[in-house]
Design a binder for this molecule. Structure first.
Ligand code: NDP
Ligand code: BG6
Length: 513
Protein backbone atom coordinates (compact mmCIF):
# COMPACT_ATOMS: atom_id res chain seq x y z
CA UNK A 1 0.00 0.00 0.00
CA UNK A 2 0.95 3.65 -0.08
CA UNK A 3 1.92 5.85 2.85
CA UNK A 4 -0.16 5.31 5.97
CA UNK A 5 0.47 8.85 7.22
CA UNK A 6 -2.69 10.84 7.54
CA UNK A 7 -2.91 13.44 4.81
CA UNK A 8 -4.39 16.88 5.20
CA UNK A 9 -8.08 17.10 4.35
CA UNK A 10 -8.94 18.00 0.75
CA UNK A 11 -5.63 16.52 -0.35
CA UNK A 12 -6.14 14.10 -3.16
CA UNK A 13 -3.90 11.12 -2.79
CA UNK A 14 -2.86 10.85 -6.38
CA UNK A 15 0.32 8.88 -6.49
CA UNK A 16 -1.35 6.42 -8.78
CA UNK A 17 -1.28 7.32 -12.38
CA UNK A 18 -4.48 6.75 -14.23
CA UNK A 19 -3.93 5.38 -17.67
CA UNK A 20 -5.90 3.64 -20.32
CA UNK A 21 -5.51 -0.03 -19.63
CA UNK A 22 -5.18 -2.50 -22.45
CA UNK A 23 -4.01 -0.82 -25.59
CA UNK A 24 -3.16 -4.08 -27.26
CA UNK A 25 -4.06 -7.75 -26.98
CA UNK A 26 -0.62 -8.71 -25.72
CA UNK A 27 -0.81 -6.03 -23.05
CA UNK A 28 -4.11 -7.51 -21.94
CA UNK A 29 -2.51 -10.94 -21.68
CA UNK A 30 0.44 -9.57 -19.66
CA UNK A 31 -1.36 -7.31 -17.25
CA UNK A 32 -2.59 -8.48 -13.90
CA UNK A 33 -5.89 -7.46 -12.43
CA UNK A 34 -7.16 -7.76 -8.88
CA UNK A 35 -10.83 -7.12 -8.28
CA UNK A 36 -12.04 -6.61 -4.72
CA UNK A 37 -15.76 -6.84 -4.11
CA UNK A 38 -16.29 -4.87 -0.90
CA UNK A 39 -19.53 -6.06 0.72
CA UNK A 40 -19.16 -9.51 -0.84
CA UNK A 41 -21.62 -11.08 1.59
CA UNK A 42 -24.49 -8.93 0.29
CA UNK A 43 -27.30 -9.46 -2.14
CA UNK A 44 -26.00 -7.31 -4.97
CA UNK A 45 -22.63 -9.07 -4.93
CA UNK A 46 -24.26 -12.49 -5.03
CA UNK A 47 -26.94 -11.73 -7.58
CA UNK A 48 -25.16 -9.38 -9.94
CA UNK A 49 -21.47 -8.74 -9.41
CA UNK A 50 -20.04 -12.27 -9.16
CA UNK A 51 -22.26 -13.67 -11.95
CA UNK A 52 -21.23 -10.76 -14.20
CA UNK A 53 -17.56 -11.31 -13.44
CA UNK A 54 -18.02 -14.96 -14.34
CA UNK A 55 -19.71 -14.02 -17.61
CA UNK A 56 -16.75 -11.77 -18.46
CA UNK A 57 -14.34 -14.57 -17.64
CA UNK A 58 -16.38 -16.97 -19.75
CA UNK A 59 -16.31 -14.54 -22.66
CA UNK A 60 -12.55 -14.19 -22.28
CA UNK A 61 -12.82 -10.50 -21.47
CA UNK A 62 -10.69 -10.55 -18.33
CA UNK A 63 -6.88 -10.54 -18.48
CA UNK A 64 -5.14 -13.89 -18.20
CA UNK A 65 -3.89 -13.10 -14.71
CA UNK A 66 -6.71 -11.99 -12.52
CA UNK A 67 -7.79 -12.56 -8.95
CA UNK A 68 -11.08 -11.77 -7.27
CA UNK A 69 -11.31 -11.05 -3.58
CA UNK A 70 -14.52 -10.82 -1.62
CA UNK A 71 -14.22 -8.49 1.37
CA UNK A 72 -16.80 -8.08 4.15
CA UNK A 73 -17.10 -8.34 7.92
CA UNK A 74 -18.85 -11.74 7.91
CA UNK A 75 -16.57 -14.64 8.58
CA UNK A 76 -16.29 -16.95 5.60
CA UNK A 77 -13.66 -19.26 4.22
CA UNK A 78 -12.60 -19.15 0.57
CA UNK A 79 -14.60 -22.32 0.10
CA UNK A 80 -17.72 -20.83 1.64
CA UNK A 81 -17.43 -17.79 -0.62
CA UNK A 82 -17.06 -20.10 -3.63
CA UNK A 83 -20.15 -22.04 -2.60
CA UNK A 84 -22.08 -18.82 -2.24
CA UNK A 85 -20.91 -17.59 -5.64
CA UNK A 86 -21.53 -20.86 -7.40
CA UNK A 87 -25.16 -20.91 -6.27
CA UNK A 88 -25.68 -17.70 -8.25
CA UNK A 89 -23.86 -18.82 -11.41
CA UNK A 90 -25.66 -20.12 -14.41
CA UNK A 91 -24.45 -21.13 -17.83
CA UNK A 92 -26.66 -18.43 -19.23
CA UNK A 93 -24.36 -17.47 -22.07
CA UNK A 94 -24.76 -20.68 -23.92
CA UNK A 95 -25.00 -24.31 -23.08
CA UNK A 96 -21.56 -25.19 -24.33
CA UNK A 97 -20.09 -28.28 -22.73
CA UNK A 98 -17.24 -26.59 -20.93
CA UNK A 99 -19.38 -24.33 -18.79
CA UNK A 100 -18.95 -26.30 -15.57
CA UNK A 101 -15.25 -26.52 -16.20
CA UNK A 102 -15.16 -22.77 -16.72
CA UNK A 103 -17.07 -22.25 -13.49
CA UNK A 104 -14.51 -24.29 -11.58
CA UNK A 105 -11.66 -22.34 -13.15
CA UNK A 106 -13.40 -19.09 -12.22
CA UNK A 107 -14.09 -20.15 -8.65
CA UNK A 108 -10.44 -21.10 -8.16
CA UNK A 109 -9.61 -17.42 -8.74
CA UNK A 110 -12.01 -16.25 -6.03
CA UNK A 111 -10.83 -15.68 -2.44
CA UNK A 112 -12.25 -14.12 0.67
CA UNK A 113 -10.87 -11.75 3.27
CA UNK A 114 -12.85 -10.77 6.32
CA UNK A 115 -12.37 -7.28 7.73
CA UNK A 116 -13.97 -4.08 8.95
CA UNK A 117 -14.67 -1.35 6.40
CA UNK A 118 -12.94 1.33 8.48
CA UNK A 119 -9.84 -0.61 9.51
CA UNK A 120 -6.68 0.36 7.64
CA UNK A 121 -4.99 -2.54 9.35
CA UNK A 122 -7.48 -5.02 7.88
CA UNK A 123 -6.95 -3.53 4.42
CA UNK A 124 -3.16 -3.90 4.89
CA UNK A 125 -3.74 -7.59 5.46
CA UNK A 126 -5.84 -7.68 2.31
CA UNK A 127 -3.01 -5.93 0.46
CA UNK A 128 -0.60 -8.64 1.60
CA UNK A 129 -2.88 -11.38 0.31
CA UNK A 130 -3.42 -9.53 -2.98
CA UNK A 131 0.33 -9.24 -3.46
CA UNK A 132 0.77 -12.96 -2.88
CA UNK A 133 -1.75 -13.74 -5.62
CA UNK A 134 -0.31 -11.10 -7.93
CA UNK A 135 3.00 -13.00 -7.64
CA UNK A 136 5.26 -9.96 -7.79
CA UNK A 137 3.77 -8.68 -11.06
CA UNK A 138 2.56 -5.13 -11.17
CA UNK A 139 -1.18 -5.21 -10.99
CA UNK A 140 -4.15 -2.97 -11.59
CA UNK A 141 -6.73 -2.96 -8.85
CA UNK A 142 -10.47 -2.46 -9.08
CA UNK A 143 -12.55 -2.05 -5.91
CA UNK A 144 -16.32 -2.46 -6.16
CA UNK A 145 -18.11 -0.78 -3.23
CA UNK A 146 -21.21 -2.91 -2.81
CA UNK A 147 -21.95 -1.59 0.68
CA UNK A 148 -24.29 0.97 2.24
CA UNK A 149 -23.29 4.56 1.38
CA UNK A 150 -22.64 5.50 5.01
CA UNK A 151 -19.38 3.53 4.86
CA UNK A 152 -18.23 4.43 1.30
CA UNK A 153 -15.69 7.03 2.41
CA UNK A 154 -14.21 4.87 5.18
CA UNK A 155 -13.74 1.98 2.80
CA UNK A 156 -12.20 4.24 0.16
CA UNK A 157 -9.81 5.74 2.68
CA UNK A 158 -8.61 2.30 3.78
CA UNK A 159 -8.42 0.89 0.27
CA UNK A 160 -6.60 3.92 -1.05
CA UNK A 161 -4.09 4.14 1.77
CA UNK A 162 -3.39 0.49 2.37
CA UNK A 163 -4.40 -1.57 -0.62
CA UNK A 164 -4.08 0.50 -3.76
CA UNK A 165 -1.89 -0.59 -6.63
CA UNK A 166 1.67 0.61 -6.49
CA UNK A 167 2.45 0.69 -10.20
CA UNK A 168 -0.78 0.11 -12.06
CA UNK A 169 -4.08 1.91 -11.76
CA UNK A 170 -6.55 1.82 -8.87
CA UNK A 171 -10.21 2.40 -9.64
CA UNK A 172 -13.28 2.33 -7.44
CA UNK A 173 -16.78 1.51 -8.58
CA UNK A 174 -19.33 3.23 -6.34
CA UNK A 175 -22.92 2.02 -6.13
CA UNK A 176 -25.88 4.32 -5.75
CA UNK A 177 -27.34 6.04 -3.78
CA UNK A 178 -24.96 8.96 -4.26
CA UNK A 179 -26.46 11.00 -1.44
CA UNK A 180 -30.08 11.92 -0.62
CA UNK A 181 -30.03 15.48 -1.96
CA UNK A 182 -27.65 18.11 -3.31
CA UNK A 183 -25.95 18.72 0.02
CA UNK A 184 -25.30 15.11 1.01
CA UNK A 185 -24.19 14.30 -2.53
CA UNK A 186 -21.63 17.12 -2.48
CA UNK A 187 -20.41 15.88 0.89
CA UNK A 188 -20.02 12.35 -0.44
CA UNK A 189 -18.12 13.58 -3.49
CA UNK A 190 -15.88 15.68 -1.29
CA UNK A 191 -15.26 12.68 0.95
CA UNK A 192 -14.36 10.43 -1.96
CA UNK A 193 -12.16 13.07 -3.55
CA UNK A 194 -9.99 13.29 -0.46
CA UNK A 195 -8.63 9.94 -1.51
CA UNK A 196 -9.40 9.53 -5.19
CA UNK A 197 -9.24 11.66 -8.28
CA UNK A 198 -12.40 11.99 -10.40
CA UNK A 199 -10.74 9.66 -12.93
CA UNK A 200 -10.62 6.87 -10.40
CA UNK A 201 -14.28 7.10 -9.38
CA UNK A 202 -16.74 5.04 -11.43
CA UNK A 203 -20.26 5.93 -10.25
CA UNK A 204 -22.42 3.15 -11.54
CA UNK A 205 -25.98 3.52 -12.81
CA UNK A 206 -26.84 0.09 -14.11
CA UNK A 207 -29.49 1.45 -16.50
CA UNK A 208 -26.68 2.96 -18.55
CA UNK A 209 -25.38 -0.57 -19.12
CA UNK A 210 -28.70 -1.72 -20.56
CA UNK A 211 -28.52 -2.69 -24.21
CA UNK A 212 -31.42 -0.50 -25.28
CA UNK A 213 -30.05 2.56 -23.56
CA UNK A 214 -26.71 2.17 -25.34
CA UNK A 215 -28.66 1.74 -28.52
CA UNK A 216 -30.43 5.06 -28.02
CA UNK A 217 -27.38 6.92 -29.29
CA UNK A 218 -26.91 4.52 -32.19
CA UNK A 219 -30.52 4.99 -33.23
CA UNK A 220 -30.32 8.74 -32.96
CA UNK A 221 -26.96 9.37 -34.52
CA UNK A 222 -26.51 6.65 -37.10
CA UNK A 223 -29.90 6.77 -38.82
CA UNK A 224 -30.95 9.62 -41.02
CA UNK A 225 -34.63 9.14 -40.31
CA UNK A 226 -34.77 9.92 -36.60
CA UNK A 227 -32.49 12.83 -35.77
CA UNK A 228 -34.20 15.36 -38.08
CA UNK A 229 -37.46 14.67 -36.23
CA UNK A 230 -35.84 14.91 -32.79
CA UNK A 231 -37.16 18.27 -31.67
CA UNK A 232 -40.20 20.33 -30.69
CA UNK A 233 -41.06 20.64 -34.39
CA UNK A 234 -42.17 17.02 -34.62
CA UNK A 235 -42.24 15.59 -31.13
CA UNK A 236 -45.27 16.34 -29.01
CA UNK A 237 -44.15 14.69 -25.80
CA UNK A 238 -41.80 12.05 -24.46
CA UNK A 239 -42.63 9.53 -21.75
CA UNK A 240 -39.94 7.74 -19.78
CA UNK A 241 -41.51 4.94 -17.78
CA UNK A 242 -40.33 2.46 -15.19
CA UNK A 243 -42.83 0.13 -13.61
CA UNK A 244 -42.35 -2.93 -11.44
CA UNK A 245 -44.94 -5.56 -10.62
CA UNK A 246 -43.35 -6.21 -7.24
CA UNK A 247 -43.15 -4.15 -4.09
CA UNK A 248 -40.08 -3.29 -2.06
CA UNK A 249 -39.46 -6.93 -1.14
CA UNK A 250 -37.21 -6.86 1.91
CA UNK A 251 -35.58 -3.50 1.13
CA UNK A 252 -37.91 -1.53 3.39
CA UNK A 253 -35.21 0.03 5.52
CA UNK A 254 -33.37 1.44 2.54
CA UNK A 255 -36.47 2.36 0.57
CA UNK A 256 -38.28 4.18 3.33
CA UNK A 257 -35.32 6.52 3.65
CA UNK A 258 -35.12 7.17 -0.10
CA UNK A 259 -38.45 6.65 -1.90
CA UNK A 260 -39.07 6.16 -5.60
CA UNK A 261 -37.93 9.65 -6.69
CA UNK A 262 -34.43 9.10 -5.37
CA UNK A 263 -34.37 5.35 -6.09
CA UNK A 264 -35.34 5.46 -9.77
CA UNK A 265 -36.05 8.94 -11.12
CA UNK A 266 -33.05 11.00 -10.05
CA UNK A 267 -30.69 8.44 -11.54
CA UNK A 268 -31.99 5.79 -13.96
CA UNK A 269 -34.78 7.77 -15.64
CA UNK A 270 -33.01 11.10 -15.66
CA UNK A 271 -29.97 9.50 -17.28
CA UNK A 272 -32.17 8.06 -20.02
CA UNK A 273 -33.82 11.43 -20.51
CA UNK A 274 -30.45 13.19 -20.74
CA UNK A 275 -29.21 10.78 -23.42
CA UNK A 276 -32.46 11.16 -25.27
CA UNK A 277 -32.51 14.94 -25.24
CA UNK A 278 -28.85 15.98 -25.38
CA UNK A 279 -27.33 17.69 -28.41
CA UNK A 280 -25.04 15.74 -30.75
CA UNK A 281 -21.72 15.23 -28.94
CA UNK A 282 -18.45 16.20 -30.60
CA UNK A 283 -17.41 12.53 -30.52
CA UNK A 284 -18.19 9.33 -28.68
CA UNK A 285 -15.51 10.11 -26.09
CA UNK A 286 -16.68 9.89 -22.52
CA UNK A 287 -16.02 13.55 -21.83
CA UNK A 288 -17.81 14.73 -24.96
CA UNK A 289 -20.91 12.71 -24.14
CA UNK A 290 -20.90 13.67 -20.49
CA UNK A 291 -20.46 17.35 -21.40
CA UNK A 292 -23.63 17.20 -23.48
CA UNK A 293 -25.53 15.42 -20.74
CA UNK A 294 -24.56 18.08 -18.20
CA UNK A 295 -25.64 20.80 -20.61
CA UNK A 296 -29.09 19.37 -21.10
CA UNK A 297 -29.55 18.71 -17.38
CA UNK A 298 -28.63 22.31 -16.66
CA UNK A 299 -31.20 23.48 -19.22
CA UNK A 300 -33.99 21.71 -17.37
CA UNK A 301 -36.30 23.49 -14.98
CA UNK A 302 -36.12 22.12 -11.39
CA UNK A 303 -39.31 20.29 -10.49
CA UNK A 304 -42.06 22.09 -8.61
CA UNK A 305 -44.84 20.57 -6.56
CA UNK A 306 -47.44 21.16 -9.27
CA UNK A 307 -45.34 19.16 -11.75
CA UNK A 308 -45.61 16.02 -9.66
CA UNK A 309 -48.01 13.31 -8.51
CA UNK A 310 -46.90 10.93 -5.76
CA UNK A 311 -48.47 7.65 -4.76
CA UNK A 312 -48.05 4.72 -2.42
CA UNK A 313 -49.35 1.20 -2.90
CA UNK A 314 -51.94 -0.15 -0.51
CA UNK A 315 -52.85 -3.75 0.18
CA UNK A 316 -55.59 -5.48 -1.74
CA UNK A 317 -57.14 -8.89 -2.16
CA UNK A 318 -57.80 -10.61 -5.44
CA UNK A 319 -59.67 -13.91 -5.12
CA UNK A 320 -57.75 -15.88 -2.55
CA UNK A 321 -54.53 -13.89 -2.91
CA UNK A 322 -53.88 -10.85 -0.80
CA UNK A 323 -51.15 -8.35 -1.55
CA UNK A 324 -49.41 -6.31 1.14
CA UNK A 325 -49.48 -2.55 1.53
CA UNK A 326 -46.17 -0.70 1.47
CA UNK A 327 -46.62 0.11 5.16
CA UNK A 328 -47.02 -3.62 5.99
CA UNK A 329 -43.26 -4.02 5.57
CA UNK A 330 -41.74 -4.52 9.05
CA UNK A 331 -39.01 -1.96 8.32
CA UNK A 332 -41.37 0.78 7.15
CA UNK A 333 -43.03 3.17 9.61
CA UNK A 334 -46.80 2.71 9.76
CA UNK A 335 -47.60 6.31 8.82
CA UNK A 336 -44.83 6.57 6.22
CA UNK A 337 -45.40 9.15 3.47
CA UNK A 338 -42.63 7.75 1.29
CA UNK A 339 -43.76 7.54 -2.33
CA UNK A 340 -43.58 4.19 -4.10
CA UNK A 341 -44.91 5.88 -7.25
CA UNK A 342 -44.22 9.26 -8.80
CA UNK A 343 -45.00 10.99 -12.06
CA UNK A 344 -43.29 14.25 -12.96
CA UNK A 345 -43.27 16.59 -15.93
CA UNK A 346 -40.00 18.12 -16.99
CA UNK A 347 -39.43 20.94 -19.44
CA UNK A 348 -36.14 21.67 -21.14
CA UNK A 349 -35.52 25.34 -21.73
CA UNK A 350 -33.56 25.21 -24.94
CA UNK A 351 -34.23 25.79 -28.62
CA UNK A 352 -34.73 22.12 -29.39
CA UNK A 353 -37.20 21.25 -26.66
CA UNK A 354 -38.96 24.46 -25.66
CA UNK A 355 -42.52 23.59 -24.56
CA UNK A 356 -42.25 19.80 -24.99
CA UNK A 357 -43.36 17.93 -21.86
CA UNK A 358 -41.19 15.02 -20.74
CA UNK A 359 -43.36 12.85 -18.54
CA UNK A 360 -41.35 10.66 -16.20
CA UNK A 361 -43.16 7.85 -14.41
CA UNK A 362 -41.78 5.38 -11.88
CA UNK A 363 -43.61 2.99 -9.65
CA UNK A 364 -43.47 -0.21 -7.66
CA UNK A 365 -46.34 -2.58 -6.93
CA UNK A 366 -47.92 -1.89 -10.34
CA UNK A 367 -49.64 -4.20 -12.82
CA UNK A 368 -46.61 -4.88 -15.04
CA UNK A 369 -42.85 -4.78 -15.34
CA UNK A 370 -41.86 -2.22 -17.92
CA UNK A 371 -39.05 0.16 -18.74
CA UNK A 372 -39.38 2.20 -21.90
CA UNK A 373 -39.12 5.51 -23.65
CA UNK A 374 -42.19 6.44 -25.68
CA UNK A 375 -42.03 9.31 -28.14
CA UNK A 376 -45.35 10.72 -29.31
CA UNK A 377 -45.16 12.67 -32.54
CA UNK A 378 -47.36 15.54 -33.61
CA UNK A 379 -50.40 15.23 -35.85
CA UNK A 380 -49.88 15.10 -39.58
CA UNK A 381 -50.80 18.63 -40.72
CA UNK A 382 -53.71 18.67 -43.17
CA UNK A 383 -54.05 14.89 -42.93
CA UNK A 384 -55.78 13.64 -46.10
CA UNK A 385 -57.15 10.65 -44.22
CA UNK A 386 -58.57 12.66 -41.38
CA UNK A 387 -62.13 11.39 -41.85
CA UNK A 388 -60.91 7.78 -41.66
CA UNK A 389 -59.92 8.26 -38.05
CA UNK A 390 -63.26 9.71 -36.98
CA UNK A 391 -62.91 11.52 -33.68
CA UNK A 392 -59.83 9.49 -32.79
CA UNK A 393 -57.29 11.39 -34.83
CA UNK A 394 -55.22 11.59 -31.68
CA UNK A 395 -54.67 7.83 -31.74
CA UNK A 396 -53.31 8.07 -35.25
CA UNK A 397 -50.15 9.97 -34.34
CA UNK A 398 -46.91 8.10 -34.77
CA UNK A 399 -45.10 6.74 -31.74
CA UNK A 400 -41.58 5.46 -31.40
CA UNK A 401 -41.02 3.12 -28.47
CA UNK A 402 -37.67 1.97 -27.14
CA UNK A 403 -38.43 -0.81 -24.71
CA UNK A 404 -35.82 -2.20 -22.38
CA UNK A 405 -38.05 -4.35 -20.19
CA UNK A 406 -39.63 -6.90 -20.03
CA UNK A 407 -37.91 -7.65 -23.33
CA UNK A 408 -35.85 -5.46 -25.61
CA UNK A 409 -37.62 -3.99 -28.61
CA UNK A 410 -37.74 -0.92 -30.79
CA UNK A 411 -41.02 -0.27 -32.54
CA UNK A 412 -42.63 2.47 -34.52
CA UNK A 413 -46.38 2.91 -34.65
CA UNK A 414 -47.48 3.78 -38.13
CA UNK A 415 -50.78 4.05 -39.99
CA UNK A 416 -51.26 1.42 -42.59
CA UNK A 417 -53.91 0.48 -45.06
CA UNK A 418 -55.78 -2.67 -44.22
CA UNK A 419 -55.41 -4.86 -47.33
CA UNK A 420 -58.59 -5.05 -49.31
CA UNK A 421 -60.67 -3.17 -51.83
CA UNK A 422 -61.97 -0.60 -49.40
CA UNK A 423 -59.92 2.07 -47.69
CA UNK A 424 -59.58 1.19 -44.08
CA UNK A 425 -56.66 2.34 -41.95
CA UNK A 426 -55.02 0.43 -39.22
CA UNK A 427 -52.51 1.56 -36.63
CA UNK A 428 -49.73 -1.01 -36.83
CA UNK A 429 -46.17 -1.54 -35.58
CA UNK A 430 -42.87 -1.76 -37.40
CA UNK A 431 -41.40 -4.01 -34.78
CA UNK A 432 -37.80 -4.90 -34.03
CA UNK A 433 -38.07 -7.48 -31.30
CA UNK A 434 -34.58 -8.34 -30.13
CA UNK A 435 -35.22 -11.95 -29.27
CA UNK A 436 -36.49 -12.63 -32.79
CA UNK A 437 -33.76 -10.68 -34.58
CA UNK A 438 -30.76 -11.46 -32.38
CA UNK A 439 -30.67 -15.01 -31.09
CA UNK A 440 -27.75 -14.39 -28.72
CA UNK A 441 -28.67 -13.52 -25.18
CA UNK A 442 -28.31 -9.86 -24.29
CA UNK A 443 -25.57 -9.34 -21.67
CA UNK A 444 -26.53 -8.14 -18.23
CA UNK A 445 -26.01 -4.40 -17.66
CA UNK A 446 -23.45 -5.12 -14.94
CA UNK A 447 -21.29 -7.11 -17.35
CA UNK A 448 -20.85 -4.20 -19.71
CA UNK A 449 -20.22 -1.74 -16.89
CA UNK A 450 -17.69 -3.95 -15.12
CA UNK A 451 -15.85 -4.48 -18.37
CA UNK A 452 -15.86 -0.74 -19.06
CA UNK A 453 -14.43 -0.05 -15.61
CA UNK A 454 -11.68 -2.60 -16.21
CA UNK A 455 -10.92 -1.01 -19.56
CA UNK A 456 -11.07 2.56 -18.24
CA UNK A 457 -14.04 3.48 -20.43
CA UNK A 458 -15.97 6.17 -18.54
CA UNK A 459 -18.74 6.92 -21.03
CA UNK A 460 -21.41 5.06 -19.07
CA UNK A 461 -20.44 6.30 -15.62
CA UNK A 462 -21.69 9.45 -13.90
CA UNK A 463 -19.34 12.41 -13.57
CA UNK A 464 -19.59 14.55 -10.44
CA UNK A 465 -20.87 17.68 -12.21
CA UNK A 466 -23.59 15.55 -13.82
CA UNK A 467 -24.57 14.30 -10.41
CA UNK A 468 -24.75 17.86 -9.06
CA UNK A 469 -26.94 18.93 -11.97
CA UNK A 470 -29.21 15.91 -11.44
CA UNK A 471 -29.70 16.61 -7.74
CA UNK A 472 -30.38 20.30 -8.41
CA UNK A 473 -33.48 19.27 -10.36
CA UNK A 474 -34.97 17.21 -7.55
CA UNK A 475 -33.71 18.65 -4.27
CA UNK A 476 -36.16 21.60 -3.89
CA UNK A 477 -39.11 19.29 -4.66
CA UNK A 478 -37.95 16.57 -2.26
CA UNK A 479 -37.54 19.16 0.46
CA UNK A 480 -41.00 20.57 -0.15
CA UNK A 481 -42.65 17.13 -0.20
CA UNK A 482 -41.05 16.38 3.15
CA UNK A 483 -41.66 19.75 4.77
CA UNK A 484 -45.27 19.96 3.67
CA UNK A 485 -45.80 16.29 4.51
CA UNK A 486 -47.51 15.74 1.17
CA UNK A 487 -49.79 12.69 1.37
CA UNK A 488 -49.18 10.20 -1.43
CA UNK A 489 -52.32 9.05 -3.25
CA UNK A 490 -52.94 5.42 -2.36
CA UNK A 491 -53.28 2.94 -5.22
CA UNK A 492 -54.01 -0.78 -4.99
CA UNK A 493 -51.03 -3.11 -5.35
CA UNK A 494 -51.04 -4.49 -8.88
CA UNK A 495 -52.99 -1.56 -10.36
CA UNK A 496 -51.97 1.07 -12.90
CA UNK A 497 -51.07 3.58 -10.21
CA UNK A 498 -52.81 6.65 -8.82
CA UNK A 499 -55.56 8.43 -10.73
CA UNK A 500 -53.70 11.70 -10.36
CA UNK A 501 -51.30 10.75 -13.12
CA UNK A 502 -54.11 10.96 -15.67
CA UNK A 503 -54.79 14.56 -14.64
CA UNK A 504 -51.10 15.41 -14.84
CA UNK A 505 -50.88 13.85 -18.30
CA UNK A 506 -54.07 15.59 -19.45
CA UNK A 507 -52.80 18.94 -18.18
CA UNK A 508 -49.93 18.67 -20.65
CA UNK A 509 -51.97 17.07 -23.41
CA UNK A 510 -50.10 13.80 -23.09
CA UNK A 511 -51.87 10.61 -24.13
CA UNK A 512 -50.98 8.13 -21.43
CA UNK A 513 -51.79 4.55 -20.47
P1 NDP B 1 -26.56 -4.99 1.64
O1 NDP B 1 -27.37 -4.23 2.59
O2 NDP B 1 -26.80 -6.47 1.51
O3 NDP B 1 -25.05 -4.71 2.06
C1 NDP B 1 -23.92 -5.38 1.52
C2 NDP B 1 -23.00 -5.81 2.66
O4 NDP B 1 -22.58 -4.66 3.38
C3 NDP B 1 -23.69 -6.69 3.67
O5 NDP B 1 -23.62 -8.05 3.28
C4 NDP B 1 -22.92 -6.42 4.94
O6 NDP B 1 -21.76 -7.25 4.95
C5 NDP B 1 -22.46 -5.00 4.77
N1 NDP B 1 -23.30 -4.09 5.54
C6 NDP B 1 -24.65 -3.97 5.48
N2 NDP B 1 -25.07 -3.02 6.34
C7 NDP B 1 -23.98 -2.53 6.95
C8 NDP B 1 -23.77 -1.52 7.92
N3 NDP B 1 -24.78 -0.82 8.43
N4 NDP B 1 -22.51 -1.28 8.32
C9 NDP B 1 -21.51 -1.96 7.81
N5 NDP B 1 -21.65 -2.94 6.88
C10 NDP B 1 -22.86 -3.21 6.44
O7 NDP B 1 -26.64 -4.27 0.25
P2 NDP B 1 -26.83 -4.83 -1.21
O8 NDP B 1 -25.89 -5.98 -1.45
O9 NDP B 1 -28.26 -5.01 -1.47
O10 NDP B 1 -26.37 -3.55 -2.07
C11 NDP B 1 -25.06 -3.03 -1.98
C12 NDP B 1 -25.03 -1.59 -2.43
O11 NDP B 1 -25.56 -1.47 -3.73
C13 NDP B 1 -25.85 -0.62 -1.59
O12 NDP B 1 -25.20 0.62 -1.58
C14 NDP B 1 -27.16 -0.52 -2.33
O13 NDP B 1 -27.81 0.70 -2.10
C15 NDP B 1 -26.68 -0.60 -3.76
N6 NDP B 1 -27.67 -1.16 -4.67
C16 NDP B 1 -28.30 -2.34 -4.44
C17 NDP B 1 -29.22 -2.85 -5.35
C18 NDP B 1 -29.92 -4.16 -5.11
O14 NDP B 1 -30.72 -4.52 -5.98
N7 NDP B 1 -29.64 -4.89 -4.04
C19 NDP B 1 -29.56 -2.12 -6.57
C20 NDP B 1 -28.80 -0.93 -6.75
C21 NDP B 1 -27.91 -0.48 -5.82
P3 NDP B 1 -21.03 -7.71 6.31
O15 NDP B 1 -22.02 -7.65 7.41
O16 NDP B 1 -20.57 -9.09 6.00
O17 NDP B 1 -19.92 -6.76 6.43
C1 BG6 C 1 -32.35 -0.41 -8.54
C2 BG6 C 1 -33.37 0.05 -7.55
O1 BG6 C 1 -31.44 0.62 -8.79
O2 BG6 C 1 -32.98 -0.80 -9.74
C3 BG6 C 1 -34.43 -1.00 -7.32
O3 BG6 C 1 -32.73 0.36 -6.33
C4 BG6 C 1 -35.01 -1.50 -8.62
O4 BG6 C 1 -35.46 -0.49 -6.49
C5 BG6 C 1 -33.89 -1.87 -9.59
O5 BG6 C 1 -35.82 -2.63 -8.36
C6 BG6 C 1 -34.46 -2.20 -10.96
O6 BG6 C 1 -33.46 -2.72 -11.74
P1 BG6 C 1 -33.82 -3.67 -12.97
O7 BG6 C 1 -32.51 -3.90 -13.63
O8 BG6 C 1 -34.43 -4.90 -12.37
O9 BG6 C 1 -34.80 -2.91 -13.79
Amino acid sequence: GVSANPLPKEHVETQVKEESSFSSKSEKAESTLSIVVVGASGELARKKIFPSLFALFYEDCLPKNFTIFGYARSTMTDEELRNMISRGLTCRIDKRKNCNEKMDQFLQRCFYHSGQYSSEDHFSKLDKKLKEKEGGRSSNRLFYLSIPPSIFVDAVRCARRRASSEQGWTRVIVEKPFGRDSKSSVELTRGLKQYLSEDQIFRIDHYLGEELIENLLVLRFSNLVFEPLWSRNYIRNVQVTFSEDIGIEGRGKYFDNYGIIRDIMQNHLLQILALFAMETPVSLDAEDIRNEKVKVLRSMRPLQLEDVVVGQYKGCTEGITSYPAYTDDPNVTKNSLTPTFAAATFFINNARWDGVPFLMIAGKGLHSKRAEVRVQFRHVPGNLYKQKFGTDLDKATNELVLRSQPDEAVYLKINNKVPGLGLRLDCSDLNLLYKSRYPREVPDAYERLLLDAVEGERRLFIRSDELDAAWALFTPLLKELEEKKVMPELYPYGSRGPEGVHYLAAKHNVRWG
